[in-house]
Design a protein. Structure first.
Lengths: 181, 343, 517
């Protein structure tokens, strides 16, 4: 009886030491986790997560100061990707941070724009071109749909428009799952 | 004048095969062996098959209702029936009725549905059922009959039914009087008592190659298996690898020590090697899918079977070997992925 | 000893090889080969889609009410070179309107609607008088502006293809006449009736890309074709054209599979046949090239097989692009009583159309009308039983069952690793699956999703770079402002110290100047 206990304890310690040594010897160098998290985030730079941009949010997640379900533009897919990356449980999007919406872009109504440059200063990715007292316009391809240009505009001339797909960008739909898919 | 049509997906062809057709063909291939079984060992096996089918379909229906899945579709795919038949072929013909009940409970409810249902089970359901019953009820699982040519008395239908449902031996005879150890059992006990295989082979329970009667059943299993190969229901990789391994390793051990190792042909024609090679290890859901993977899988089953027969605690190791290889199947699949065209 | 792939490719056709997988299917081609090719009569309206290629819609170069001649350019687009669409007959453009465009999505698109004037008058044609004297570049230029695309079904712009090919360097031109999909017989009939134009097209293409020889690949069950082509080659006097018979296994006619059979080489994943010094073109494309170069005629018509048990008199028709399919079916005796499905393409890779007012497009090699018995009734999908049949028949040696599982569960890294990009969507796996899982639909969806994810990734990366650049710019502005303030402060200090010095100096001067007792 005693011999069995001693033997098992010895074996356990031996294997434990072996595993510990192996964990150190065969460690795989990986990217710092902040970069990996940042790579998963959608780079909308909207601030809905309560951080000033995607990188600060990534840093907060890595430091354990933020939860993974605070990003509406990333949506459910983004939360799942973060969960897979960090080995955590995926959870539903926190409604305090916003809700998942289809992709939109900002469009300036040129008849109303007064050329104040407030929206240009607000845009986190410099997607609005223009200058003081000259027409402003949004570069559709660069707009991330973050909504940050709407509050500063004094004449409310900016509208968020959903991105449409035409036949040229049509893609095959997801097949309906069968009876027992 | 334009005309409109209903649309549908490609390919625009009548169906080539269905799951139920695949399962039915396997069942057809088992019929000759079942007939041979009845010829040699009496009608007990048929009662077991009917019982097992009844319980299997019952449990399947129960689980389908609980899981809110379409009854007609899944009961009609014959997968439960096939599981039941394979299980029934592994148990003694006079086993009591609750053996089939327990076996099917574990095969259909636990091994199949609790793992996700058709197509998702990791382990071969028939083998899970058999192994559970074998380990839990060792006594009841020894009620094997000798072949009718050497049996003391012929068993009739009513005898079989009474025995199975009451658990009592027929006609007031004692169990010892009517049961006989299987050929593999005999070998095992002979070696344990220090006898040589050649002596053990003199027992009346042995035929030309393997057990009397059993070798003929193995032949019919093989013919059924070859028919399945011809119909492209199974591929040749698993049977070839498994039988090849059994013959090669069996031959090797026989050459090294003929006294305590049976000849390769004897290995082949005893126990469940042939039925395992063509019907059990070829179960697509729990096996490997890549062709190289299937070769490894078959070889593994053959190897483990021989090891268990020689050194393990049970006379036949096919069921355990299959379950152990089922565990390894995803890993084998991962490492035997074929090279993609152009890469 | 490893043989250099290029030299192995040069010996194409000398020995036949096998490719993995594939299916032996019933041909069903004889029913449409009983009568010669017929020309379709003039339709009342032509609906020429502006989208017959991948990418964005073409721009119409004509406007409503404009009169056009046959072969006149009516649309152009920039996608893989400059592509053009031409008028199928002379008449008036009545509208540029939305209409069904035979697109797999079933959606409508913009079409140039032409009302024929009955004259069928060609525009002024400018053929090359003696193509043998023309330079390869000239030939390629004519091919490019004639709106020719791959007529085997892929509709890849031929002009772009031959330009790319000649840059790479081609030693062998392969003309693909191995029409492997059941029912389709347009290439076979073309080879029977117009082998001369195919051979001429081959010689022109050979010169245009600088190849030293041509192989015309046909199926081994095309006996009549073999004889006809052989005679045509002899008649033309071309010495560098060989005819090779290949086995009839679907999808032998796929470019990559055909090259494997002819050379034993596999086109590298993600690469093109031109990487091996080979150029593949469909035989109908070669005919279109011949017509464009020697007659100056752009691509406005093609041979379409109208067949299936749902059509009374199946046959091959020479149809103009833009002809409503209903016209073609009428010419073939109309629908049979049990016509149930209208498919554009073959039974393996074709897609179903919801109405026969859809027009003939450049990709329409076959109109297949199937009866009830020919199609599978909507079957419930069973779970995958891992039987492995799909992997056994896959010509790209993929694992359709694993791909299916990965796509359903959104495991996109696995999907890429399993080689979804190499799937040629031939439908062999779909055909054999006992559980009736719509594998090709899942793979098409998977490819779209991967593409979308890729686009998302690129967009996110661009957004990140712009964000970081902006942050850097704001930082820089802040620093500059800070520096300016400091400089000013310093200047002020210097100023004040300067003033102090001046005041002190003035004081000194004053005190020196007036040394009062």
């Amino acid at each position: 009886m005693i011999t069995a206990i001693i033997l098992i304890t010895l074996l356990g310690s031996l294997f434990g030491l072996g595993l510990g040594w192996a964990a150190g010897k065969f460690r795989v160098d990986s990217d710092p986790v902040v970069d990996q998290i940042d790579a998963v985030l959608p780079q909308t730079q909207c601030g809905q997560c309560n951080f000033p941009g995607c990188r600060p949010y990534a840093e907060a997640i890595a430091a354990g100061e933020a939860d993974i379900n605070q990003c509406p533009p990333g949506g459910e897919a983004g939360i799942q990707a973060l969960a897979d990356l960090l080995g955590l449980e995926a959870k539903p999007l926190n409604p305090e941070n916003g809700e998942e919406k289809p992709r939109t872009v900002a469009v300036i109504d040129e008849a109303v724009c007064i050329g104040c440059t407030l929206c240009i200063q607000a845009c986190p990715v410099d997607a609005i071109v223009g200058a003081a007292k000259l027409m402003h316009t949004v570069i559709e391809a660069e707009c991330t749909g973050c909504d940050l240009c709407l509050p500063p505009c004094p004449v409310d001339c900016i509208e968020m428009v959903p991105v449409t797909t035409e036949t040229g960008t049509w893609s095959w739909p997801r097949p309906a799952t069968g009876e027992a898919g | 004048m334009s005309r409109s049509f209903d649309t549908g997906g490609a390919p625009h062809f009548p169906p080539h095969s269905t799951v139920s057709r695949v399962m039915l063909q396997v069942i057809y291939a088992l019929v000759p062996a079942i007939a041979a079984h009845v010829w040699f060992f009496g009608p007990g096996i048929l009662v077991q098959i009917v019982l097992a089918c009844f319980f299997a379909l019952g449990f399947e229906a129960l689980m389908l209702i609980l899981r809110k899945q379409p009854l007609r579709l899944f009961l009609g795919d014959f997968s439960a029936v096939l599981t039941a038949i394979l299980f029934a072929l592994c148990i003694p013909p006079l086993a009591p009725w609750w053996i089939a009940l327990t076996g099917m409970l574990f095969a259909i409810v636990v091994a199949k549905h609790l793992y996700g249902g058709l197509g998702h089970n990791t382990f071969n359901p028939a083998m899970v059922g058999y192994v559970v019953v074998l380990i839990s009820f060792p006594q009841a699982m020894t009620a094997w009959l000798p072949p009718s040519s050497i049996a003391p008395a012929a068993l009739s239908w009513s005898d079989a039914l009474v025995t199975i449902f009451s658990g009592q031996p027929p006609g007031g005879l004692a169990w010892d009087a009517i049961t006989e150890a299987t050929p593999l059992d005999s070998i095992r006990t002979s070696i344990a008592t220090g006898k040589m295989i050649s002596e053990a082979r003199q027992l009346p329970v042995f035929g030309d190659f393997g057990g009397l009667g059993w070798e003929w059943i193995a032949n019919w299993y093989a013919l059924g298996g070859l028919w399945l190969l011809w119909r492209r229901v199974i591929s040749w990789h698993v049977p070839l690898a498994m039988l090849g391994t059994v013959i090669a390793l069996g031959g090797l051990t026989y050459l090294i020590d003929p006294g305590s190792n049976p000849a390769p042909l004897q290995h082949l024609f005893s126990g469940a090697v042939v039925v395992g090679a063509f019907f059990i290890a070829t179960d697509p859901v729990s096996g490997c899918t890549s062709t190289r993977g299937r070769l490894v899988f078959g070889a593994g089953v053959g190897l483990i079977t021989l090891v268990i027969r020689r050194w393990g605690g049970y006379p036949d190791g096919v069921a355990f070997a299959v379950l152990l290889m089922n565990m390894a199947a995803p890993l084998i699949d991962h490492y035997t992925r074929p090279r993609i065209f152009g890469k | 000893m490893k043989i250099d792939p290029l030299s192995q490719a040069r010996s194409a056709g000398q020995q036949l090889h096998h490719f993995h997988g594939g299916l032996r299917l019933r041909h069903n081609k004889k029913i449409s080969c009983q009568t010669p090719i017929e020309k379709t009569p003039l339709a009342t309206r032509y609906y020429v889609p502006l989208l017959q290629h991948s990418g964005r819609e073409a721009d119409a170069t004509v406007s409503q009410g404009q009169k056009v001649l046959k072969g006149e350019q009516i649309g152009c687009f920039e996608h893989l070179g400059r592509g053009c669409i031409h008028a199928p007959t002379s008449g008036t453009v009545t509208a540029i309107a939305r209409h069904p465009i035979s697109h797999p999505s079933g959606a409508d698109g913009r079409c140039v609607v032409i009302k024929p004037d009955g004259l069928d008058q060609w525009k002024e044609l400018e053929p090359i008088d003696d193509w043998e004297q023309a330079s390869p570049a000239e030939l390629r230029q004519v091919i490019g502006s004639a709106g020719i695309v791959g007529l085997g079904g892929a509709v890849f712009p031929t002009g772009f293809k031959v330009n790319q090919a000649s840059e790479r360097g081609i030693h062998t031109l392969v003309l693909n006449g191995s029409e492997c999909e059941p029912y389709i017989s347009c290439d076979e009939m073309l080879m029977r009736e117009q082998p001369g134009s195919i051979v001429l097209g081959a010689r022109i293409l050979q010169k245009a890309v600088g190849a030293s020889r041509t192989i015309i690949a046909i199926e081994d069950q095309m006996g009549v074709v073999n004889a006809a082509l052989f005679r045509a080659v002899e008649k033309s006097g071309a010495e560098t054209i060989d005819i090779v018979k290949v086995t009839t296994i679907y999808p032998e006619g796929g470019e990559k599979q055909l090259i494997k059979v002819l050379t034993g080489l596999e086109v590298p994943s993600g690469g093109r046949p031109t990487d091996l010094g080979l150029l593949c073109q469909n035989v109908a494309t070669a005919t279109a090239v011949a017509r464009a170069v020697t007659e100056g005629k752009p691509l406005i018509e093609r041979i379409v097989t109208v067949t299936g048990n749902g059509v009374r008199k199946p046959r091959n028709l020479l149809a103009q692009i833009g002809t409503p399919i209903s016209n073609l079916v009428d010419q073939c005796g109309g629908y049979a009583s049990d016509a149930a499905r209208l498919v554009l393409g073959g039974p393996m890779m074709g897609y179903a159309l919801s109405t026969d007012s859809n027009p003939v497009i450049k990709a329409a090699n076959c109109i297949l009308v199937l009866s009830e018995d020919d199609i599978r009734p909507p079957q419930p999908e069973m779970p995958c039983i891992r039987c492995g049949e799909c992997a056994r028949v896959c010509p790209s040696i993929l694992l359709p069952q694993e791909l299916n599982r990965a796509i359903r569960n959104g495991l996109w890294d696995d999907v890429m690793e399993l080689g979804l990009a190499d799937c040629i969507e031939c439908g062999c796996c779909d055909f054999v699956c006992p559980s009736h899982i719509p594998l090709v639909d899942w793979f098409r969806f998977g490819k779209s999703e991967l593409h979308l994810l890729d686009q998302e990734r690129v967009r996110a990366e661009a957004a990140r770079q712009r964000f970081e650049a902006r942050e850097a710019r704001l930082e820089r502005l802040k620093r500059e402002r800070k520096k300016r303030i400091e400089d000013k402060k310093l200047a002020l200090q210097e100023n004040s110290s300067k003033q102090q010095k001046i005041a002190a100096a003035i004081e000194r001067v004053r005190s020196r100047k007036s040394p009062k007792p």
